[in-house]
Design a protein around this ligand. Structure first.
Ligand code: ADP
Length: 685
């Protein structure tokens, strides 16, 4: 069935203009424009990167057509004259093997001339510039990034040497013709007598002529676009029909998709591939999703949701203006994109659809923000997402964590109702594993506490990760092998980097006793920790804060400390350091290092200080405690040092070194270097 013939048939819904009309109306208005620089780069990259998967151009064009229909259906709620000329929404695919053309035609909202220039000549995504700045120039590597960016209309140029878009916006008279060969420029001109909606015609490249064949097109439509909620029509196959047959009336169209919005179908009717394709439609992502959850809720509120977790973070995840939120439908009518009222900010990476039967069709963002129903659905969807994440296979969840863990951590400061669920989702580097890419959950950490599974083999480990070991009695009966007191806290350390954490002196006592410490090095770790007190009945304890006593006889130690405060050596050190420190005391945390700095229980840590400084705020004044390892040979030797000058130098050096070990800068680097050099000269001389 040829394109020309389809155009001419009475039943074909989209008559095209005659060539004469075109020439008459267009010459005066034609204009050639250059593509935006980014658009140009995107076109080039795309053609390279998607060549092996080029059939997806059809998915993208059908997806755009279906969006355009959704938008018109929404606008016609207010003004039904917009659709009066052609009330039945549909998409058609026409093709002409002889001419090597294929067209995707919709009777959706269409575009005005300015919109066509804007939408098809530029990439209107915020963060585009940054995205392109981040490209390496290595085609192979850059190509992999394209999927993350979303491909859209430009994917036409993977298969087409020339693309023509004929479009007329609903409610307007004059249409627009847009053409381009996908190189540097495109032309636009006015066009009369266009039907409402958009016709995109591709003149296929010689090696892509297969996309002008009925069989190939049908299989691509079924594969990628079956879920589209409007019929995708193609000429009925008529087995060996004569191409030259001019009897147009028998040209019948038939739907090649099931034309039922995917989320309205029962779950067990839908296979994984359909879910995946639908994801690509809603997300404009090129990859499969990592997980999804499809639910129909009936009761006080009736709604259906289909939520997806992407595999990769979008390039603009950290951009405040990134598009986020779900597609909102009311009684199957598309209402808006990026309805961000239905999920909290920290779940902004979730994609999908929510379809409510209770909200009014004329619902606006303002109404949504104040509506109790929105809040109820939002709470339920939030739980749904957290539950979906918790149920993921450990390895796949690990990948999701690597992409979105930092955003999930934001939730601990935003969503107190789901704190426990969020804590359960956290993954940490820990002293249990020297490989920083290995992560542990809090449940797995707890299961290893008090030597219960110290030498656990990796398989048991994985199980512990998945299953909760909430068995309190288990913990209560096991004795600590080291003879110290039982561990009843979750220990953690915050540092600038994983490497800095692992070499911190604060870990020494824990290492010596085989107690695992979680190692936190994300820039927001101190911030979210300030909202969290305990998990599963166990308190969190920063190992770099407060007094620490890992050994038994906890009570008697109070007296010990008092005694040690009086140690003449500590006093002498205190005199050197003066008001640089809150106190000088004996350390119970050190085995190898001579000294370290310890924060007060409520003092602001280094990360928070940096955040405050970066935002131009003054961090509150607080001084560290200087803890000294009295058993360290250097400290023992210091005790005998009679030369006050040298004593002062060594103490100052120890203090500066302790600062360095915390990831701080030394207050007076020049003085530090001089002191060290002085000692070195004495040593060598
Ligand atoms: P995306 O669909 O991701 O926004 P595209 O490059 O595919 O990116 O399309 C850019 C824009 O062009 C769309 O957002 C839409 O506004 C417009 N557009 C594309 N195809 C159509 C169409 N068939 N009907 C109306 N507008 C369209």
């Amino acid at each position: 069935m040829g394109l020309e013939r389809l155009k001419r048939t009475a039943k074909a819904p989209y008559p095209a203009r005659s060539p004469v009309e075109r020439v008459m109306t267009e010459q005066a208005t034609a204009e050639t424009r250059g593509f935006q620089t980014e658009a140009r780069k995107l076109l080039k990259l795309m053609i390279n990167s998607l060549y092996s998967n080029r059939e997806i151009f059809l998915r993208e064009l059908i997806s755009n057509a279906s969006d355009a229909i959704d938008r018109l259906r929404f606008e016609s709620l207010k003004d039904d004259s917009l659709t009066a000329d052609d009330p039945e929404f549909k998409i058609a695919i026409e093709f002409d093997p002889d001419a090597g053309t294929v067209s995707v035609v919709d009777n959706g909202i269409g575009m005005g001339r300015d919109e066509a220039v804007e939408n098809l000549g530029t990439i209107a995504k915020s963060g585009t510039e940054e995205f392109f700045d981040a490209l390496t120039g290595d085609e192979q590597k850059d190509s992999a990034l394209i999927g993350q960016f979303g491909v859209g209309f430009y994917s036409s140029f993977i298969v087409a040497g020339e693309v023509e878009v004929l479009t007329r916006r609903a409610g307007e008279d004059i249409g627009t013709r847009w053409t381009s060969t996908g190189e540097d420029e495109f032309t636009v001109e006015d066009a009369a007598d266009l039907p409402r909606g958009t016709r995109v015609t591709l003149t296929l490249k010689p090696d892509a002529k297969e996309f002008a064949e009925s069989f190939r097109l049908r299989s691509v439509v079924r594969k990628y676009s079956d879920h589209v909620g409007v019929p995708v029509l193609m000429a009925k196959e008529s087995g060996g029909q004569d191409e030259d047959d001019d009897d147009d009336d028998d040209t019948e169209l038939e739907a090649v998709n099931s034309a039922k919005a995917l989320w309205t179908r029962p779950r067990n009717d839908i296979d994984d591939d359909e879910y995946k394709e639908f994801y690509k439609h809603v997300s404009h992502d090129f990859d499969d999703p990592a997980a999804w959850s499809h639910n129909k809720v009936e009761g006080k509120l009736d709604y259906t949701s289909l939520l997806y977790i992407p595999k990769r973070a979008p390039f603009d995840l950290w951009n405040r203006e990134m598009p986020r939120g779900l597609k909102l439908y009311v009684q199957r009518v598309f209402i808006m994109d990026e309805a961000d009222e239905f999920l909290p900010l920290y779940l902004r990476f979730v994609r999908g659809v929510v379809d409510s039967s209770d909200l009014p069709l004329n619902v606006s963002r303002e109404i949504l923000q104040q509506d109790d129903r929105t809040r109820t659905i939002r709470n339920a969807l939030t739980k749904r997402v957290l539950d979906m994440l918790a149920k993921m296979d450990a390895e796949e969840y690990g990948e999701v964590w690597d992409e979105f863990g930092l955003v999930l951590k934001e939730g601990l400061g935003e969503d107190f109702a789901n704190k426990d669920e969020l804590l359960g989702l956290l993954r940490f580097a820990s002293t249990h594993d020297s490989d920083p890419t290995q992560r542990t959950s809090l449940k797995a950490y707890i299961s290893r506490m008090n030597g219960t599974s110290e030498q656990a083999d990796p398989e048991q480990e994985a199980e512990a990760d998945e299953e909760s070991t909430d068995d309190e009695s288990d913990r209560d009966t096991v004795d600590d092998e080291s003879g110290g007191k039982r561990q009843d806290k979750i220990y953690y350390l915050i540092a600038d980097s994983d490497a800095a954490a692992r070499s911190s002196p604060h870990l020494e006592a824990f290492r010596a006793r085989g107690i695992e410490v979680l190692l936190l090095s994300d820039r927001i770790d101190e911030w979210w920790m300030s909202f969290v007190e305990e998990f599963d009945g166990l308190k969190f304890q920063d190992v770099a804060r407060g007094e620490l006593d890992l050994d038994d006889e906890a009570d008697e130690s109070k007296e010990d400390e008092k005694k040690s405060d009086d140690e003449p050596l500590l006093k002498r050190i205190g005199e050197v350091l003066g008001d640089k420190v809150e106190s000088v005391r004996e350390s119970k945390r050190l085995t190898d290092s001579p000294a370290c700095l310890v924060l007060g229980e409520h003092d602001m840590g280094i990360q928070m200080r940096r955040i405050m400084e970066a935002t131009g705020q003054a961090a509150p004044d607080s001084k560290p405690h200087f803890e000294v390892n009295l058993a360290h040979p250097l400290v023992e030797r210091l005790n005998d040092e009679a030369d006050e000058d040298r004593f002062g130098d060594v103490v100052s050096i120890l203090f500066d070194q302790a600062s360095l070990a915390e990831g701080n800068a030394v207050a007076e680097p020049g003085a530090y270097v001089q002191r060290v050099n002085k000692l070195l000269v004495e040593l060598l001389g």
